[in-house]
Design a protein around this ligand. Structure first.
Ligand SMILES: [Zn+2]
Ligand SMILES: [Zn+2]
Length: 454
């Protein structure tokens, strides 16, 4: 059963009260929307929360509107992240819906989907309802919540998927853990077909990755650290794609990291399996060479892989074999990270650096076209049935204003996130989000930019 396309604005957030917002003219910006084949200077008029007009530069005059001089700046469709961890409930010392959504808005996102591996995990309708209620009070941008596939993420018994869907869950996942038991996954996919919401899968064979803290390869051998082989991921993708095909179900594969995984997804797609997938900014820009530093900021699951793996991911973004970019934003407190590498928690924050890191490391050197990056960053809602952000008149205003000339040291001014475990911290990055409009409302203004406007 296909889900109907939903508006990003249908997700929960503070702005969903419908209070009026001042009209906006973003004057003279270069507007890039690859899906609409737009790449030209325009005055972008936002009226009543919609893109009302793309006017000739300097021509738009709207009474009472705020006018932003955006010459030399870029307007892009806002980004959508289908994979974040907001640590709520249970670890609000690491992140909550307010700080997590602020980080997302600061990164140019108009929507995020939160994973269910909280403490306790999101596995009842009441859990989903409580989170949605909190989002309506605290979230700076629209956010949705996935619920667990199995009760308590124990991998044994399925949750009440129909009830969870009725309560407003956006999909299902045990992310953080794979679904080890193929019979359980098969039954979940049978329900998935009935319920109509996608299942997002963290693909990892726990026997193959047991004892591993980083990619298995030359660097792990040199350091004497236990490795996680790439086949830990790719063999599970192949298994789950086969089960999905058998059941006529739909799956979304999370955080692809390896060349064999790309091949597994490509071959599933070629045979008509309903499969989508994502890759993260860190897997697209860094390799396991970083781990030589033994800095736990480079520890995540799946781990940073080899240069050949990274190149395969980039090529798959180009070809569309990888559908979208997701950050897997995973806040951790410093006492979980400032310990020897093998004991450190896995995961990195990523919302505030996604665009600048990818722009600096892939677009500036000519590896990836800007249009390709924009397409991949804004496509994250599609596997979950959300309408893509578009800059043509009549669409809800989901857009981001970016200064691609701005240089900054990531993290030097602190983070909007409550955690600091960024693998890009301290790096000189080009490209800065100045303003984010989510579902028609200004959700973020960069501090120096906001002062300039006033
Ligand atoms: Zn995961
Ligand atoms: Zn995750």
């Amino acid at each position: 059963m296909a889900t109907e396309e939903r508006a990003v604005a249908s997700l929960d957030w503070r702005g969903s009260d419908g209070a009026p917002q001042r009209d906006l003219v973003i004057a003279g910006a270069r507007v890039v929307d690859p899906r609409e084949e737009i790449d030209a200077a325009h005055d972008v008029v936002v009226r009543g929360g919609e893109v009302a007009e793309l006017a000739e530069p300097g021509s738009a005059e709207i009474e009472g509107a705020e006018v932003i001089d955006a010459e030399g700046l870029l307007v892009l469709p806002a980004f959508f992240d289908p994979h974040v961890h907001l640590r709520t409930p249970g670890r609000e010392d690491e992140e909550d819906l307010e700080t997590g959504s602020r980080a997302a808005a600061a990164g140019g996102y108009c929507g995020v989907l939160a994973m269910a591996n909280t403490q306790p995990p999101v596995d009842t309708a009441a859990d989903v309802a409580a989170l949605r209620e909190r989002a309506r009070e605290q979230a700076a941008i629209p956010m949705g919540f996935l619920a667990c596939v199995t009760q308590g993420m124990r991998g044994e018994e399925l949750t009440e998927m129909a009830e969870l869907a009725d309560a407003g869950a956006i999909g299902f996942t045990d992310d953080g853990l794979p679904i080890r038991n193929a019979r359980i996954l098969r039954r979940a996919l049978q329900y998935q077909r009935l319920v109509g919401l996608p299942i997002a899968l963290h693909e990892e064979d726990p026997e193959l990755s047991a004892g591993g803290s980083m990619n298995e390869g030359a660097v792990s051998a040199l350091l004497g650290i236990g490795g996680i082989p790439s086949i830990s991921e790719s063999t599970m993708i192949a298994r789950d794609a086969a089960i999905a095909a058998f059941e006529g179900a739909r799956i979304h594969v999370q955080h692809l990291s390896a060349v064999e995984s790309v091949a597994a997804v490509e071959s599933a797609k070629a045979t008509g399996v309903e499969i989508t997938c994502e890759a993260t900014p860190h897997h697209l820009t860094l390799t396991d060479e970083e781990v030589r530093s033994l800095d736990a900021r480079f520890k995540m699951n799946p781990p940073l892989r080899s240069e050949a793996d990274r190149q395969a991911l980039i090529e798959a973004i180009r070809s569309g074999a990888i559908d979208c970019i997701a950050t897997d934003h995973a806040p951790h407190s410093s006492d979980e990270k400032e310990v020897p590498f093998e004991q450190a928690a896995m995961g990195v924050i990523g919302l505030e650096t996604a665009f600048p890191a990818l722009y600096t490391k892939l677009v500036l050197p000519g590896v990836l076209e800007l249009a390709t990056l924009v397409r991949a960053l804004s496509a994250g809602g599609e596997p979950f049935g959300f309408a893509l952000p578009r800059l043509t008149p009549g669409n809800a205003a989901n857009l981001v204003l970016v200064d691609t000339e701005a240089e900054w040291d990531a993290g030097a001014d602190g983070w909007e996130s409550r955690s600091q475990n960024s693998c890009f911290a301290g790096m000189r990055l080009r490209g800065r989000v100045l303003m984010t409009v989510a579902a028609g409302r200004v959700a973020y203004r960069q501090r120096s930019f906001a002062m300039g406007v006033a």
